[in-house]
Design a protein around this ligand. Structure first.
Ligand code: ADP
Ligand code: GLC
Length: 487
């Protein structure tokens, strides 16, 4: 099957969150399954620099008249075949330093509707045969940035070369919808019928997310539980009615973990490697990290780690509020994250007050993230909502037991260490129900109680590390969805 994946980010070239990890791993899994996968990406500087041998394929003219070059090159990946990659070379739109979505003052760029409409437009052009050498059968668009692809495809003129391509749209996070002033609709080159309640119109505004949700042949999201949650008013962000009406076409497919990147037995970013039957490397990683971060060298203090965007979604005020309880029970905390200024400041203050027990690194660092999972005993992910969540899966794989709120993909990946689930060998971490301090702190106490029972701790940790999270399985689910979309 010829599959074109469309996304704004891709690991290892450009990443602001989990979307990039998935966008990087899925094409590799599809290629490994014998499919013809290619990706389409905007020409952000980091992406343009990372695509090798880029050759011009065609010129694209955006609906508002702007011209761009479509190029084809490849992304070289260690230990795997290269990913063929189309690049939209449009420096006036994409060649800006820093964050792909926001300016230096963290404000969304004023022309984001054009920057990301062009991504969907180019995908639809490819679906209609823009590259005579390769025409996709399925266009798989990710999140609002790529969500106009299905809309452009649905309104494309019929006929032309080959069969009509099918479209699949994946929601990674319904909270980010790509909302713009309705006045911009005229620039998009879609017929007036597309700006209706059954289309891009959202309370008078223009919603890119709705473009994907209304017009894609099939919808997926990144965990079965989130697929149900987004059909409720509590988590539907105003789109639950639409999602309920398309429930028959919506599937939750749990994200997987890229073993080439996240595997403690082979991870080159860890000072010491380890596996379930030889855990001494993890003990050494913890000592090394304590030293690196200036934490007290306490081998028996459970080390809690956080690797996260610092936003409301992630529930980190619970970690702040519960920090005294965590320290009083003898734990340490190491956090890596960036985001909301108030959370950055609050965590920094706590680290300054107790540097031997609390370490806070504000910023973004892929290598430090690996070292944190490698050293940690517990990974904290107390999210308000979580479509899938990857850090708890990395925590599982690295034996840094996840402590999570039972929501979205967290509920689908972590089994609480109750006595019955420990006895059955199913427990892999700690999960709490209500989004409040009391429930979070009860889960913390559960983690400390288990930590004081080393045999049980090791059993749960082994189960966590062995939990399957392979891309082969996830890719097979996507292939089923592609086949349904084509049928
Ligand atoms: P989300 O996509 O909502 O941010 P996920 O858990 O799905 O949440 O994915 C987050 C990804 O970003 C993970 O790969 C995580 O390791 C990474 N990450 C988050 N914050 C940082 C950071 N400050 N430094 C390095 N990696 C980070
Ligand atoms: C989003 C979600 C996160 C998910 C990631 C990858 O960023 O917030 O839960 O894991 O996408 O699908």
């Amino acid at each position: 099957m010829r599959i074109l994946q469309v996304s704004a980010e891709i690991f290892p070239l450009l990443k602001t969150g989990g979307l990039a990890d998935i966008a990087g791993a899925l094409p590799l899994a599809l290629l490994a399954a014998g499919q013809e996968a290619r990706v389409l990406l905007p020409g952000f500087p980091a992406i343009a620099a990372g695509i090798v041998d880029a050759q011009p394929v065609a010129e694209i003219v955006a609906p508002w008249g702007e011209r761009a070059q479509l190029k084809l090159g490849r992304i070289a990946t260690a230990g795997a075949p290269d990913i063929p990659a189309y690049l939209i070379d449009a420096p006036a739109l994409y060649d800006r330093p820093g964050n792909p979505y926001e300016d230096a003052h963290r404000q969304p760029y004023g022309d984001n509707h054009r920057r990301f409409a062009l991504l969907g437009w180019a995908a639809a052009q490819l679906a209609q045969g823009l590259d005579p050498a390769w025409q996709p059968q399925v266009v798989h668009a990710h999140d609002w940035h790529a969500a106009l692809a299905p809309a452009y495809m649905a309104f494309a003129p019929r006929g032309g070369r080959g069969a009509r391509a099918a479209s699949v749209f994946t929601v990674h996070n319904l909270a980010y919808q790509g909302l713009f002033a309705g006045a911009h609709f005229g620039e998009l080159g879609l017929p007036p019928a597309a700006f209706s309640i059954d289309g891009l119109e959202y309370h008078g505004q223009l919603s890119f997310m709705k473009g994907g949700l209304c017009f894609a042949d099939r919808l997926t999201t990144v965990s079965p539980t989130y697929a149900r949650e987004i059909q409720t008013p509590e988590q539907g962000f105003g789109l639950d009615g639409l999602l309920r009406s398309r429930a028959g076409r919506l599937t939750g497919i749990l994200n997987a973990v890229d073993d080439q990147v996240w595997n403690p037995a082979t991870d080159p970013l860890l000072p010491h490697r380890y596996e379930p039957r030889r855990m001494v490397g993890k003990t050494r990683d913890k000592a090394a990290l304590q030293e690196e971060l200036g934490l007290a060298p306490l081998p028996d203090a459970p080390l809690f780690v956080v690797v996260s965007r610092l936003t409301e979604q992630k529930g980190l005020h619970l970690v702040l509020g519960g920090l005294d309880a965590l320290l009083a029970q003898g734990g340490q905390l190491a956090l890596l994250g960036s985001g909301d200024a108030w959370l950055e400041a609050a965590f920094r203050e706590r680290a300054a007050a107790a540097p031997a027990l609390v370490s806070v690194t504000v910023g973004y660092s892929e290598p430090l993230a690996h070292r944190l999972f490698g050293a940690g005993d517990v990974t904290l992910v107390p999210s308000l909502f979580e479509p899938c969540g990857l850090t708890q899966m990395y925590g599982l794989k690295y034996g840094s037991l996840p402590l999570v709120r039972r929501v979205g993909g967290l509920a689908d990946t972590v089994v609480d260490a109750t006595l019955e689930d420990m006895a059955a060998g199913l427990a892999t971490g700690f999960a709490f129900e209500r989004f409040d301090a009391a429930d979070y702190e009860r889960a913390l106490r559960r983690a400390f109680a288990l930590y004081r029972r080393p045999t049980d701790w090791r059993a749960v940790r082994t189960a966590a590390m062995r939990r399957p999270a392979d891309w082969q399985t996830a890719a097979a689910h996507y292939l089923d969805v592609y086949a349904q979309a084509l049928a």
